[in-house]
Design a protein around this ligand. Structure first.
Ligand code: ADP
Ligand code: F6P
Length: 327
């Protein structure tokens, strides 16, 4: 028989992402509406290990829907990857009488949620990371806001690049995933998009493309590079090599953490809210060891273990479109 849920907790873990607060708010309000007690865990698994929890009420999540970051704070907690760490987490769950936990984070955080579920604490994961690198879900909370920030920044860089007839190389985040670079590259009209998923040829994909497009009237260039691309000396060296090979003055901008913050977009707020409510709906029925995902237009759920084994497909069609039109 499924266990009756009375008390649940919510935590945010891994790299923060805009929209995490909207998910926390939805979990808290939806749980209370269903008659559950809900606790917030500070600093992800680190707070769980240390018993840093507080009881939430409806007003605990007021005025956070529009705020970036996470009011529950986040952390990377290496200890949780060990048996001792998990045992300490379980001890806290028992101490607070928790019947389930909603874990908002990336696939690392889901591994922790899987381990807790297997140890008898039902967990439901909600995907949140700007990288959009979680195989089981078409979308992760934070991506739309990050993309819009990148686009806004590259538009500004384009103004100065245009004024000086320069090449601007922009490095974006994404860990080992090229999603942000590819999609931002399409949206900003980049001359070249370099991603870890595609082997790239410096001469053909950058130098010859710039020379060809310059020959047909292009005066300035935007090149988007995902942080996961391996290049000796990194993007600063890549810019020097481009300048040497083409004679076009080339400057590098590493966008960095600006991509992680800011008020969440409408899309991030809405998806986060839907996922938060869905996660509580599962836990309230005693269902754990699941991840809530976006599948097309729908929100559905998968077994965590199966979700972690899925492979993400790179969007080759979008990549081809970019090659076809950025001339
Ligand atoms: P993300 O969740 O964004 O992928 P991380 O990979 O840093 O970020 O994972 C966040 C946290 O999840 C880690 O600091 C750790 O506490 C926990 N975690 C990651 N991998 C595992 C694992 N294999 N087993 C248990 N917990 C894990
Ligand atoms: O996973 C989100 C992300 O911002 C990645 O794009 C980046 O590689 C990483 O986190 C940076 O991690 P940290 O916050 O630990 O510096």
């Amino acid at each position: 028989m499924e266990k009756e849920m009375k008390k649940i907790a919510v935590l945010t873990s891994g790299g923060d992402a805009s929209g995490m607060n909207a998910a926390v708010r939805a979990v808290c309000r939806s749980a209370i509406s269903k008659g559950l007690e809900v606790f917030g865990v500070n600093r992800g698994y680190e707070g769980l290990i240390q018993g840093d929890l507080f009881k939430m009420d409806l007003r605990s999540v007021s005025e956070i829907l529009h705020r970036g970051g996470t009011v529950l704070y986040s952390a990377r907690c290496p200890e949780f990857k060990t048996k001792e760490g998990i045992d300490r987490g379980i001890r806290t769950c028992k101490q607070f009488g928790l019947d389930g936990i909603v874990v908002i984070g990336g696939d690392g955080s889901f591994r922790g949620a899987r381990d807790l579920s297997l140890a008898g604490i039902p967990c439901v994961g909600i995907p949140a990371t700007i990288d959009n690198d979680i195989s089981c879900s078409d979308y992760t909370i934070g991506v739309d806001t990050a993309l819009n920030t990148i686009i806004d920044s590259v538009d500004k860089i384009r103004d100065t690049s245009h004024s000086h007839d320069r090449c601007s190389l922009v490095e974006v985040m994404g860990r080992r995933c090229g999603y942000l670079a590819l999609n931002a590259g399409i949206a900003t009209g980049a001359t070249a998009i370099i991603v870890p998923e595609k082997k790239f040829d410096f001469q053909k994909d950058i130098v010859e493309r710039m020379q060809y497009t310059r020959g047909i009237g292009k005066k300035h260039f935007i090149i988007l590079v995902a942080e996961g691309v391996e290049y000796e000396g990194g993007t600063v060296q890549m810019a020097k090599d481009i300048e040497d090979a083409t004679g076009v003055v080339t400057r590098t901008t590493v966008l960095g953490y600006v991509q992680r913050g800011g008020s969440p977009s409408a899309k991030d707020r809405i998806i986060a809210t839907r996922m938060g409510v869905y996660a509580v709906h599962l836990l309230a029925q005693g269902i754990g060891n699941r991840v809530v995902v976006v599948n097309g237009e729908d929100i559905v759920d998968y077994d965590i273990k199966e979700a972690l084994e899925m492979k993400k497909e790179f969007d080759d069609d979008l990549y081809q479109i970019s090659n076809e039109i950025s001339i």
